[in-house]
Design a protein around this ligand. Sequence first.
Ligand SMILES: *[C@@H]1O[C@H](CO)[C@@H](O)[C@H](O)[C@H]1NC(C)=O
Ligand SMILES: *[C@@H]1O[C@H](CO)[C@@H](O)[C@H](O)[C@H]1NC(C)=O
Ligand SMILES: *[C@@H]1O[C@H](CO)[C@@H](O)[C@H](O)[C@H]1NC(C)=O
Length: 368
Amino acid sequence: MMICCLRTLQLLFGAQLVVSDWALTAPTIPNKFLYHHFLSGNGNKEIHLNGVELHVDSDKTPVFAVRGGNVTLPCRFWFEPELSSQREVRVKWSRLPAAAGGHDETDVLVAIGSRSRTFGEFRGRVQLRQDFPGDAALLMTDLQLNDTGHYRCEVVDGLEDRSTSIHLELQGVVFPYQHPRGRYHMSFLGARQVCEEQGSSLATFTQLFQSWKEGLNWCNAGWLADGTVQYPITQPREPCGGHGLAPGVRSYGRRHLHLHRYDVFCFSSSLQGRVYYFQPSHKMNLTEAQRMCQADGAEIAKVGQLYAAWKLTGLDHCDAGWLADGSVRYAITRPRKNCGPPEPGVRSFGFPPPQHKHGVYCYKAENE
Ligand SMILES: *[C@@H]1O[C@H](CO)[C@@H](O)[C@H](O)[C@H]1NC(C)=O
Ligand SMILES: *[C@@H]1O[C@H](CO)[C@@H](O)[C@H](O)[C@H]1NC(C)=O
Ligand SMILES: *[C@@H]1O[C@H](CO)[C@@H](O)[C@H](O)[C@H]1NC(C)=O
């Protein structure tokens, strides 16, 4: 029996496993795997050798992408020692919970060999790359703002199970948003809705932190996607916690999602279109402004679209214009005289009465 098994293994694995050495030097080791192989033996796919280890790896650095774009989340697996033949494993991608009040981990894709299944909002948008043996990279298309977060790549081979995770970040801009009725008016759910209405999503802590590093200095506390309330301070001052505190992103911690009210930090990413200032022969009240954009084959721009145009396409226009939420703003990338403060930014005049007359910012979706 022993002789026959060793020979068979040698035939299967060629020179890769020095089976005869093993047999000579350790003849008393229980030869469990040999029998196991013979019991389950259907060719070379199902052999579970002791001592063969599964490894899974990805990138340590986040992957950056833009809304509407495509991205590849790398993941590869291999066996040590190397196997002479490929083995069919199960690959599972899932998304780790990010949002407060969010569910558990969500399934993204499960694949065995060339068969795969995708789930929920990822259906039709993801597939395994499988460019080379051990390639388990995930291809994602048509990225949404809320696709940002941690993804786990898990590989299962029989009883072995290894995983790794990778962070997907969207490039974009964080902006503070205050309710038309004033400061600290939104519950968590209200805040999330307001961001969505303005063409954006609730910002994550990573996004707010990145903006703070780029100089965002804002004294009002706002909701983030994880249900915490924070604000970024680059220049400590009264009444923003005073001079005694170091610059940083300051946190009130987790607040009650329904009872507590704050402002919000929204996140907006690339535009699949164009924002422009529009002013026919005269200035307009809010309803006229909405109609004018429509008559121009566009729609009145959302606040998130104005911020994205400012940050990502360099929109620079010194005239205040209506936006979809009834606020009046303008965006400056090259600060100059009579265009507000000396830093680039989106300037806001708040929410004037709707009969006031201004220009308007329109948004035209186009694929240029
Ligand atoms: C993303 O991939 C899809 C399918 O492969 C392709 O049709 C689309 O043009 C790609 N989009 C971008 C922005 O590259
Ligand atoms: C993510 O955004 C898309 C499109 O805006 C939406 O349909 C989907 O429900 C959102 N998913 C979550 C988990 O919020
Ligand atoms: C804007 O002006 C039009 C007349 O041009 C008027 O019918 C409309 O009520 C006005 N809307 C507001 C919000 O003042």
